[in-house]
Write a protein that binds this ligand. Structure first.
Ligand SMILES: [Cu+2]
Length: 672
């Protein structure tokens, strides 16, 4: 019965018509008037087929649940036999029409975008273009997206490549507030902000004076004003050290290279200030009281070869006293570099020897650490050792004591440094006192108890801090749990980004998919629930409950100052060689059936989609002119190009919208 229902929905030229009809039936009864008779007769069949399919599947689902009396996650599992958890696996299989309970936001790596997943299913729901052009939405094609991405004086995009790694969302009262999410671009040191009402990137800022912007984290409240209980700053750590300014001097004098830590305003997206540091930045963490930000450092040596970068036995976790830095900026105690006007304060070791006035503090941690993560109990930052098999637990209250002159040695803030396994990289939390650290070399996730580790470090050798281990497949990098780095960590799901998939999927040539694995952490033992392949290369991600977000599915005309609000406003206006074409789309037609321009004109097309029901997106493509973009319900987008070839060009809708989608066209006539 499954198969029967499914076959009705197989995409085919005929099936595509059925899709449009089905959509019209649900939401646009008035469109039925223009459907061809043939389509109308198939409509009933299609509708029935689809409904009976869903009902059948729902029944099958209930039977499945009834057959499964054990609770998901209760199935016995050991590290050696992670797959032997058939009951647990049931909980990640979404029945047709069933919605996921969590959103996952994944970086898209060198695809330069952000991916939105539904969890626990692992289904990819969307890709939000940020730094790199995207052919589906016309990102980098429309004038609006080009303005956000940044252009050269000639109007071409400044960059067409990106490398996103880390993504973190805005906070209020220590938990996500659903306003924004930020993502880094390591190649060109840019930070993008995504509005979570529309799931679109609305601002991109290029950081001055730095290369290799890697770690990113928003603050969780203001360091001084307790009334500001939400994110107002985003901190950005730069990995590579460079000559300052990087204008051709000191080219081969690495001892003069420097890196910086940057603070970006969450609203304006302007760079507020930067801190000149010794060594490099890697990842970033912020405290729940807003007072401290930190970055782990794997190259305090300032080396330029990997051998040099590994020479020291200990590197650092570098803390920033946010309020003092901002006081120093206010007091004019800063420099600027090159063409940048951004104030830069001195956070080097030599300039910050006196704790009571220090802007920065360098806590020593073992060899080339990777990852610094804030525990949901608000007390600790944890650095993973990478080249050391340890995790270092730093107590934030003690760091503040050092800054206040109440504690002599900053390293006394280290309350645990315990062995967890080989190649520890990143740590997530369950809100019950446990940490979950990826072990790159061991291909495992280790679950360890933070308070037990602190006891062990203090001398209680009976304290068993390692609680559980699970094999993952293979070589895990980032790890995160649902609401992990918030006060609302719920200890339900843990996702692991495995860098190598090796034998887990059908081979598709030399490039392998990566492997994202989902682990149930609600019980004592971790249970591997599911995995899905991911196109390279996701790095970091966050997981939040679906109720944190209320995405809008239809724009408002007022969201766009250039909206063509009425089809009657459509037409062509000329100002010398500059021609503006205003047009609207309403399925199945564009408001202009044709428009004329002259060879050599600079043409700007402004298109507003006046269809205002959800899911009714149109596309607009012009052959031979490199134009293709979409307009979502009540969205306006524009493109500008030179009409340099006389002839007839059929502009057509690229995004399936209607039974008469293929007929949805207009002619651009370019006169010689
Ligand atoms: Cu259309």
């Amino acid at each position: 019965m499954w198969g029967k229902g499914w076959r009705v929905n197989i995409p085919s030229p005929f099936g595509l018509v059925l899709k449009a009809v089905g959509r019209s039936l649900d939401r646009q009864p008035h469109y039925a008037e223009i459907h061809m008779k043939k389509a109308s007769t198939t409509e009933a069949t299609a509708g029935l087929g689809r409904r009976s399919f869903i009902n059948t599947a729902a029944l099958a689902g209930i039977a499945g649940v009834m057959g499964c009396t054990e609770k998901p996650g209760a199935a016995p599992a050991t590290a050696a036999a992670p797959a032997a958890a058939p009951h647990a696996g049931d909980s990640v299989h979404m029945k047709p029409g069933e919605l996921d309970t969590y959103y996952g936001f994944w970086s898209g790596g060198h695809n330069g975008d952000m991916r939105v997943l539904g969890l626990p299913s692992g289904r990819e729901l969307h890709r939000i273009p940020c730094f790199v052009p995207d052919a589906l939405v016309g990102w980098g094609v429309t004038n609006e997206s080009k303005k956000i991405m940044g252009t050269n004086p000639d109007g071409r995009l400044k960059y067409t490549v990106g490398d996103t790694h880390h993504t973190h969302a805005s906070y209020k009262d220590g938990n996500y507030d659903g306003r924004y999410i930020w993502i880094n671009d390591k190649i060109n040191s840019r930070i993008a902000r995504i509005r979570l009402d529309h799931f679109v990137c609305d601002k991109i800022t290029e950081l001055p004076n730095v290369q290799g912007f890697h770690g990113i984290f928003p603050d969780k409240r203001d360091p001084v004003d307790p009334a500001i209980n939400y994110t107002t700053r985003v901190f950005c750590g730069a990995e590579f050290h460079i000559p300052l300014p990087n204008d051709g001097h000191d080219l081969d004098q690495p001892e003069k290279y420097r890196s910086m830590f940057s603070c970006v305003d969450a609203e304006t997206m302007e760079v507020r200030w930067q801190v000149l540091i010794d060594g490099n930045c890697d990842l970033t963490a912020t405290s729940y009281d807003g007072k401290l930000a930190a970055t782990n450092q794997y190259n305090v040596e300032g080396g330029v070869t990997y051998e040099d970068m590994m020479s020291a036995e200990r590197d650092a976790c570098l803390f920033f006293h946010v309020a003092r830095i901002e006081e120093a900026v206010k007091a004019g105690k800063f420099k600027t570099y090159g063409n940048s006007k951004v104030p830069v304060v001195d956070g080097t070791r030599d300039a910050n020897k006196d704790a009571k006035t220090a802007l920065t503090g360098y806590v020593s941690v073992p060899k080339n650490p990777h990852g610094v993560n804030a525990s949901p109990d608000q007390k600790y930052f944890i650095c993973a050792g990478k080249l050391s098999p340890t995790c270092t637990v730093i107590e934030l209250a003690k760091v503040l004591d050092w800054f206040d002159g109440k504690q002599e040695k900053l390293d006394d803030a280290i309350v645990a440094e315990v062995e967890v396994g080989l190649g520890p990289l990143h740590t997530a939390f369950d809100g019950r006192g446990n940490a979950y650290t990826t072990l790159f070399l061991d291909s495992q996730v280790v679950k360890w108890n933070v308070e037990a580790a602190i006891k062990f470090h203090a001398g209680d050798k009976n304290a068993k801090y390692v609680v559980d281990r699970i094999d993952v497949h293979y070589q895990p990098g980032h790890v995160n749990a649902s609401h992990s780095e918030t006060i609302a960590a719920d200890g339900k799901y843990l996702s692991v980004g495995c860098k190598f998939s090796k034998d887990r999927y059908l081979p598709v040539g030399p490039l392998h998919a990566e492997n994202e694995q989902l682990i149930d952490i609600s019980g004592d033992k971790m249970v591997l629930l599911a995995e899905h392949p991911a196109r390279g290369e996701p790095h970091d991600f966050i997981i939040m409950k679906r109720e944190m977000l209320r995405p809008k599915q239809v724009y408002a005309l007022e969201d766009f100052p250039n909206a063509v609000k009425d089809p009657k406003e459509s037409g062509v206006t000329r100002n010398g060689k500059k021609v503006t074409v205003k047009m609207t789309s309403q399925a199945p037609a564009f408001s202009l059936r044709d428009f004329k321009v002259k060879k050599g004109d600079e043409v700007t097309i402004i298109l507003t989609n006046l269809d205002k029901i959800e899911d009714l997106t149109h596309g607009f493509a012009i052959p031979k002119h490199n134009v293709n973009f979409i307009v979502n319900p009540l969205e306006t987008a524009s493109v500008t190009f030179i009409a340099d070839k006389p002839g007839v060009y059929w502009c057509y809708c690229t995004h399936f919208c209607h039974a008469l989608h293929l007929e949805m066209r207009t002619r651009m006539i370019v006169e010689a």
